[in-house]
Every structure is written in structure tokens, then in C-alpha cells.
Design a protein around this ligand. Structure first.
Ligand code: GLV
Ligand code: MN
Ligand code: MN
Length: 491
């Protein structure tokens, strides 16, 4: 096989020598493109001005190796001399997480609940907690909580939770989740540097299985903790290999009886703050590094099972077929049509076809619809319209269709007082809604006063290896998070 060509992207003319110098394999060609265009063309940008590319040429297997790559290269602290330590810590943490669960061919992450990668991430979290003298607990559902060691402080009933998740979607980006966890630890470091006294316990949280990539249910960890997902239903969830969560947890030596709602913990929480990379271009369009979330659209995942009859692709007359693929195709087209009409979103991102032979009419098609809309009535109407159109086709063909909601989340409006206080603290930061789901939504629904901060995503791309946030923006996010925590944790 020919050795792939290394492609370096330099936006600034003066970067080129540095790029050539840093690439042991030599520069094959230099493209003149903006980083945005380059990413859109599937090229990974590297170069002094474009960290943190969490990618480098060597790791992508392009046959060249970088002698130096700044995966996260912070700019000088703008908030005074003492700020450097938290920046160094941010970089160190980011670099430590970078290889865990990463697919070197795509640069994307595969960090699924209770996988080997997930266990490494949990170990990493425990190490960060220990390094800061925090007391690590697990709520029995796999949610990691790092409490201040001072028993009197930790024992107060008004803890401020701060964190996010470390798991990923299939081939996900580096930032969705981990940015919030790394920023939480770095914000604690910054508060210590600033000498800020925290009157309330600040607890770093790493929520388990937020993406639901393995077992299908989004925010499984926070739903279990709040009681909005029943333990039996959770333990019965199955992954793509047919393993139940109960089997997976047992194999990992975990106590199944400990999987349960934890009102005792939540009763000790007065607020939750989740920082997250923005998963759209809202902040980029407003030229703001950090924003505050106002709301989460209602959204849901629905499993559609189309059933028919396997038969020979060459000999079965078209009129004799019971091909479930056609009703599925109708559903895909209906999803696009109705979501466009309603200003909503509908996606089929996962499909399983049986028996999966090129020359066989399928016996079944199982597909997952992800639907989101600005309000609940529109969401219901959207799913009904898609289902109706698919049923029309399945009736024509004599095929079957069953629809099962797998996880549905109601609309979330974040605590308005907290939202406004955070926006004001951050100098009038923009306030914006999102179509993405978060543990913050689950806790907010449960009645925990919750605030979400977003960090600018220059391309808006997320759930993809091309997800990105600039290092300056990440550090602005840490400072914003520290400001919000200082506000919330003051007596
Ligand atoms: C979570 O990232 C979701 O919105 O699917
Ligand atoms: Mn996500
Ligand atoms: Mn996330």
C-alpha cells in the first residue's frame, strides 16, 4: 500500500517553517486554506496557531511524525501572574485524556460505558481527585463524586456539584463531556490560586454513561441517581453484543444492589454547574467565548422495528416481496421532510439490517430515530408524522412496524435566577438554548438549581472527531466556571 501523504495546513505564511521543522517526515504539501475550510474538507489542521488540535500527523498514521505537537498550548494568563498553574494543569489533564479510547485512524473517541477505555477514564478521575486531596465516592450507579476531605465542610447540606461526563458517542470528539470535567478540576485549581474561600462544598462530578452509546438510554447515570430511570429497567438494557448492563456490571465486579436512586446525595446538593463545548455555532456567530444555557429542547430516541420476509434478491418478483427496507426508507424521507417543515431535527444515525446479505431481501430492519423539537407538542407531532408515513408504506407492502420510545426527555428551562446571575457575572455573556441533551437537564428536571456554561465551538461540529474549541476559549471557560463557582459556593 502506498504511504499516505502527510497534509499540513498552515494559515499564516510564517507558520510554514515551524511546521516543516516540527514534522520529522517532511512536508509533502502545504495547503492554503482556512482552518474551517480545511476541516470541512476532512483535513486536520496542525500548527503553532491551531492547538489544541487533538490530532497530529503521526497519530493519524500519515507516515510523518511530529517531533513536537502542542495538543493544548495555552496562551499567557490574562488574569494575573498566579494563573499559570491551573493552565498547566489543564494542559496536563487534557494530554493525559487524549489517548484514552481514541481511534488512531479517525482521531475520534470510542469511550463507552464500562468499556476498558471507560475504566481508564474512571481511574484518571480518581487520580485527579486524589491529587487535590478530594474524597472520591461512587453513588453505586457509576457516577463519580469527588468531595472536599474536610468532613465538616463536606457534611453541610448545600454542596455545589460541578462536572460533566467522560464517555463518548461512537467516533466522538474530545470535548463533549471531558471539557466539563477537566474544566471543573482546573477551576478548583484556579480558585485555590486566587485564594478564594469556598464556604460550601464544591464536588466534582463525572456522570456515567451520558451518551447512552452502549445501552441506548441517554444520561443513564444521572437518570438512575435522580430516580427517573428505574434500576430494573437500566439493568436490563442490552448492548450491541446482547450483554445486559447487569451482566456487564457484574463482570466488572460491581454491586447490582447499589444501582438505585440516591435522594440522600441529591438532598445535600444546592446547585449543579455543567460546562460544555457548544454543539452549534451560536457563540461563534455572536463572537463570544463563553455563553450560558437557557433551555434544552425536548428530545427523544425511538427504536423502529420493521419486519418483513427474507427472500432471494434475483428471483423474487417486486410485487411478491415483503421488504421492510421500503417502510424504513419512507421513515427516513419523512423524518427529513417533517423536521424541515417544523423547524425541528430528526435523524436516523443507526440501523441494523438482517440478515444483511447483498443478494437477500431483508427480514428485518431495526433503526433508531433521534427527534428533537422546540416544544413538546411539535416533538410529538413530528414523531407521529414520521411513523404515519412509514406505516403507510408498511401497509402497502404487508410488512410490520413497531415503535418503542427508548429515552425521551422533556423540555428543560434552566433556573432563571442562576442563569441571569451567571450571565451578569460573566460580563453579560450571551444566553442561548440548545438542542443537545445533558446531565444538567436531568438534574434540573429533578429540581436541582442548575446552570450550564457553553464554550465556543468555532465550526459548531460535534459528535465527530472534528469537534473543536480553541485553547484560549477553553481557558476562558475555566475562568468563567471558577467565577460561577465562587459565586455559588459563597455562604
Ligand atoms: C447528547 O449529546 C445528545 O444530545 O445526544
Ligand atoms: Mn454528546
Ligand atoms: Mn455531552
Amino acid at each position: 500500500m502506498p504511504e499516505p501523504v502527510a497534509i499540513l495546513v498552515a494559515v499564516e505564511q510564517e507558520e510554514r517553517p515551524a511546521l516543516a521543522e516540527s514534522c520529522a517526515g517532511g512536508v509533502d504539501r502545504v495547503l492554503e486554506q482556512s482552518v474551517h475550510d480545511a476541516r470541512m474538507n476532512g483535513v486536520i489542521a496542525v500548527g503553532a496557531n491551531h492547538p489544541p488540535s487533538t490530532y497530529d500527523i503521526a497519530e493519524l498514521g500519515h507516515g510523518a511524525s511530529l517531533r513536537h505537537h502542542g495538543s493544548m498550548d495555552p496562551q499567557p494568563e490574562t488574569h494575573g501572574q498566579s494563573g499559570r498553574a491551573h493552565e498547566r494543569e489543564f494542559v496536563r489533564m487534557w494530554d493525559e485524556l487524549e489517548p484514552i479510547g481514541r481511534d488512531r485512524s479517525t482521531g475520534g473517541y470510542h469511550r463507552y460505558a464500562w468499556s476498558d477505555a471507560d475504566l481508564l477514564l474512571r481511574e484518571w478521575f480518581a487520580g485527579e481527585a486524589a491529587a487535590r486531596g478530594l474524597e472520591l465516592t461512587d453513588d453505586g450507579n457509576g457516577n463519580q463524586l469527588a468531595w472536599p476531605a474536610d468532613a465538616e465542610l463536606a457534611g453541610r447540606g448545600d454542596a455545589v456539584l460541578v462536572g460533566s461526563h467522560l464517555d463518548s458517542v461512537p467516533d466522538g470528539g474530545a470535548y463533549d463531556g471531558p471539557l466539563g470535567v477537566v474544566s471543573a478540576f482546573a477551576a478548583l485549581d484556579l480558585l485555590a490560586e486566587r485564594g478564594v474561600r469556598l464556604d460550601r462544598p464544591v464536588v466534582v462530578a463525572g456522570f456515567s454513561d451520558e451518551e447512552g452509546s452502549r445501552f441506548g438510554i441517554a444520561c443513564a447515570g444521572s437518570r438512575l441517581m435522580t430516580g427517573s430511570l428505574a434500576p430494573d429497567a437500566a439493568l436490563g438494557m442490552r448492548d450491541r453484543d446482547g450483554l445486559s448492563l447487569a451482566e456487564v456490571l457484574s463482570a466488572r465486579g460491581r454491586d447490582l444492589a447499589a444501582v438505585r436512586a440516591r435522594p440522600d446525595i441529591l438532598d445535600r446538593v444546592s446547585a449543579f454547574v455543567e460546562l460544555h463545548v457548544e454543539q452549534g455555532r451560536g457563540l461563534a456567530d455572536m463572537d463570544a467565548a463563553v455563553g450560558v444555557a437557557s433551555a434544552i429542547w425536548p428530545h427523544g430516541r425511538f427504536r423502529l422495528e420493521f419486519t418483513g420476509e427474507a427472500n432471494h434478491a434475483g428471483t423474487t418478483l417486486m410485487q411478491d416481496r415483503r421488504d421492510p427496507m421500503l417502510a424504513f426508507a419512507a421513515a427516513v424521507l419523512a423524518a427529513d421532510e417533517h423536521a424541515r417543515e417544523a423547524g425541528a431535527r430528526a435523524t436516523f444515525g443507526r440501523v441494523e439490517v438482517l440478515p444483511g446479505g447483498t443478494n437477500a431481501i431483508p427480514s428485518s430492519v431495526r433503526a433508531w430515530l433521534d427527534a428533537r423539537a422546540p416544544d413538546e407538542a411539535s416533538l410529538v407531532a413530528l414523531v407521529e408524522a414520521i411513523t404515519l408515513q412509514a406505516r403507510g408504506m408498511s401497509r402497502r407492502d404487508g410488512t410490520g412496524l413497531d415503535v418503542t420510545p427508548e429515552s425521551v426527555s422533556a423540555a428543560v428551562s434552566f433556573d432563571t435566577a442562576l442563569r441571569d446571575a451567571a450571565a451578569a457575572l460573566l460580563g453579560g455573556a450571551p444566553v442561548l438554548p440548545t438542542g443537545a441533551g445533558h446531565d444538567a437537564g436531568v438534574l434540573s428536571q429533578h429540581g436541582v438549581p442548575t446552570v450550564m456554561l457553553f464554550v465556543r465551538n468555532p465550526t459548531g461540529v460535534s459528535h465527530s472527531p472534528y469537534e473543536h474549541a480553541d485553547p484560549d476559549d477553553c481557558l476562558a471557560g475555566v475562568r468563567a466556571l471558577a467565577d460561577v463557582l465562587a459565586h455559588l459556593a459563597a455562604a
